[in-house]
Design a protein around this ligand. Structure first.
Ligand code: DC
Length: 366
């Protein structure tokens, strides 16, 4: 299995990649180190990191350089970011990264373009991020720990500049690969972030052949409406609160900080959808979950539910709940299987939201 972990500097991607490699017994490559070695080699040769020729010449660095502690310095990080802009440098480092990704048994790679360029076929793609202020704070603490005194404002400025260069370059810019699970570590502890990542890998390992998760985009709003309207009208009646959300998913779910995911089945297209509606700080209602009749037996509902739970955790959910009706017995069984428990407190607080609600559940984990 190939696991791609991308993200900006100091987001925690290296920590997550190392933890995944240890947990699943896979070899790990920190691809940033290769660019750092090129940056350092340019520096040693007295070259110019903004000159493509100097960058390319430095790609023949010796492997021993990869163990040099100086590669971890901020100065070399800045050089690495500058040499990484040149397509010739990226091309020169491509084969080495690609071969590492394709080794028998799989691998974990972290960087900026693993899920998009180096291994777009990766079974698991994570995009780890955090606010600039939080990343600067972490880097500042780390440097302070190493006895290096620097102003927080200077680090914040450098990180913002590096982000701009990494995301703005023409060749393989830093961005989340389509379908990547975005893990925002701004408010997530180290252990929580690792747990989210491990669960994402387990979901894929559990095996849901032919299925893939797609994030919300406006062109899928029609699927979100039709899939839900179909099952709600078949079993209940569409309430005004349903209509509002189904007709304006971007405005009612995405814009206020929620999420909508879709499950796509090979040969069938979009077969299911599910939403997280933000109802308070850290509180999310799992709602509008439907799977088309055509996809019965494919475990599309379970796949989707696992993905949306992982997404809720990655978004820092502290209260994840749902409201339903006892006649949705198969769905309730699935909710129980994946860690939801019946909860009187949720019923008292939110149960009046739908006429049809007589079951309220809270996510307590497995
Ligand atoms: O992850 P890092 O801070 O060690 O990376 C240093 C620089 O290398 C980063 O600013 C951009 C570049 N890089 C890249 O362009 N592509 C990668 N896959 C990894 C790093």
């Amino acid at each position: 299995m190939i696991i791609a972990v991308d993200g900006p500097t100091a987001s925690g991607k290296g920590t997550i990649a190392k933890a995944l490699a240890a947990h699943f017994g896979l070899p790990h490559l920190d691809t940033g180190l290769l660019y750092r070695a090129v940056g350092r080699q340019v520096q040693l040769a007295g070259g110019d990191p903004d000159n493509a020729q100097d960058g390319l010449a430095a790609c023949t660095f010796s492997d021993a350089l990869l163990d040099d502690e100086i590669l971890r310095s901020e100065e070399v990080g800045g050089f690495a970011s500058r040499v990484s802009v040149h397509p010739a440098v990226r091309q020169a480092l491509y084969d080495r990264q690609r071969a590492f990704a394709l080794q028998a048994g799989g691998a974990v790679l972290d960087g900026r373009d693993i899920g998009t360029v180096i291994a777009p076929e990766a079974e698991v793609k994570l995009f780890v991020t955090a606010s600039v202020a939080e990343r600067a704070r972490r880097r500042w603490l780390e440097m302070k720990g190493r006895g290096i005194a620097v102003a927080l404002a200077d680090i914040e400025r450098d990180i913002a500049a590096r982000d701009e260069r990494d995301t703005g370059r023409k060749d393989a810019p830093l961005m989340a690969a389509p379908g990547a699970l975005v893990i925002d570590t701004t408010f997530l502890g180290r252990e929580q972030a690792i747990e989210v990542a491990i669960e994402a890998v387990l979901t894929v390992q559990n095996g849901f052949p032919g299925l893939r998760i797609r994030p919300f985009e406006d062109s899928l709003a029609g699927d979100f409406h039709d899939i839900n309207a179909e099952w709600i009208e078949a079993m209940f009646r569409l309430e005004p609160t349903d209509r509002e959300v189904l007709e304006h998913p971007h405005e009612k779910i995405i814009a206020p900080g929620g999420e909508i995911l879709f499950v796509e089945a090979e040969g069938l297209g979009i077969v299911g959808t599910c939403a997280l509606q933000k109802t308070g700080p850290g509180a999310f209602e799992l709602t509008k979950m439907g799977v088309r009749e055509t996809a019965r037996g494919m475990k599309a509902g379970e796949f989707l539910l696992e993905a949306i739970i992982a997404r809720a955790k990655a978004m820092g959910a502290t209260k994840l709940y749902l409201l339903t009706n006892h006649i949705c017995a198969a769905a309730i069984h699935l909710y129980e299987k994946l860690g939801f428990a019946h909860d009187a407190g949720i019923m008292a607080e939110y149960g009046a939201r739908y006429e049809r609600c007589d079951v309220a559940m809270l996510y307590v984990g497995r």
